[in-house]
Write a protein that binds this ligand. Sequence first.
Ligand SMILES: Cc1cc2nc3c(=O)[nH]c(=O)nc-3n(C[C@H](O)[C@H](O)[C@H](O)COP(=O)(O)OP(=O)(O)OC[C@H]3O[C@@H](n4cnc5c(N)ncnc54)[C@H](O)[C@@H]3O)c2cc1C
Length: 387
Amino acid sequence: MELVYTPAQQAFRAEARAWLEANVPPAPLGSFDTAEGAAEHRAWEKRLHAGGWAMVPWPVEYGGRGADLLEWLIFEEEYYRAGAPKRINQNGIFLLGPTIMEFGTPEQKARFLPRIASSEDVWAQGWSEPNAGSDMAAIQASARRDGDHYVLRGQKTWASRGAFADWLFGMFRTDPASERHKGLSFLLVPLDTPGVTVRPIAQLDGETGFAEVFFDDARVPVANRLAGEGEGWKVAMATAGFERGLMLRSPARFQSTARRLVELCRANPATASEALREEVVRCWMDAEAYTLETYRTVSRLLAGGKIGFEASLNKIFWSELDVRMHETALRLLGHRADLLPEAPAAAGVGDWLDGYLFSLSGPIYAGTNEIQRNLIAERILGLPRSG
Ligand SMILES: Cc1cc2nc3c(=O)[nH]c(=O)nc-3n(C[C@H](O)[C@H](O)[C@H](O)COP(=O)(O)OP(=O)(O)OC[C@H]3O[C@@H](n4cnc5c(N)ncnc54)[C@H](O)[C@@H]3O)c2cc1C
């Protein structure tokens, strides 16, 4: 790994910074867990795409910029530095896109990738079911082959963006006699298919971006299957690697939070005890450590390597760091920590409470940290499986 930016990388950074400075909306967009906010975010994605910045590491023919992963990291740093909006189509651009690149046919790549890059199609991830969360191999939603179609039955739950998405990617049991991770297939399902019902799930804050999705004899063409019939588990594990290991949470996100935390500490000398100041420093250093580790992973990938079970280490690290940074911020804020962003006297303080509430879900989504620790114990350390 070379820890110096080349002139070409510096020029790329300057170009990204200039475009973002000229184009990032001056006021924050609405939450994409609301219909209005989702529409604003779609408009932002289209602007990014028109500027050529929607998905920098994808090939140009699929709507990308043909940049490499190091340039992607640089772009992410500039993106967060500019305070640009969160990506509504993160399931499509960061999870499904790389999966289609690896497993899709040329027709599937041409059909799906450009529409993902431009966010014409916003995607939901349909893996979890009421009885298949941590135990994902317990999936029961089925897909029965009928000529050129699959007929889907069953239910998915906790689909982020599900309420406002256009498509869902998910695993379905195509072999009715199969058990566990065998006999599953990875299917791409338009959410407006007759027989598909999307029911929003209200969160504690009343917003309804989450959804459960029901399939009652919904017909989906066989051409919408990624990889072979029965190969769904293999494909999904690759998607999980992209999710936990690299794409879902770039280091820039945590560096940006760490910078804000340092500013908050400086602005609140009265509550910044020595112990809290030490915790701020530790958070900042951990964000830097995660950044360096990601640069190392990217260097390895550029040399032809693959993401393996170390993705689980990353996922635990960034999710726990996010909780710690937000907890530290709330302690620095003292009694003002309870203010919601919309409270008259909040003056931006409430963003920390919002961020804290969301950070609590980090150890749960993308596979809980308990399950990641099991994977590390078994697959990296070679310890025996627990009973
Ligand atoms: C914000 C958010 C967004 C999400 N988005 C999506 C999405 O877009 N698409 C999607 O499909 N799903 C999504 N999920 C669902 C998420 O993947 C599941 O919640 C998660 O996999 C855990 O499954 P579960 O909720 O069924 O909990 P359970 O599996 O019932 O687990 C409950 C608890 O028991 C622990 N546990 C279970 N088994 C073991 C074991 N063998 N060893 C040790 N501990 C164990 C778990 O770690 C957890 O703490 C999302 C969840 C959240 C919170």
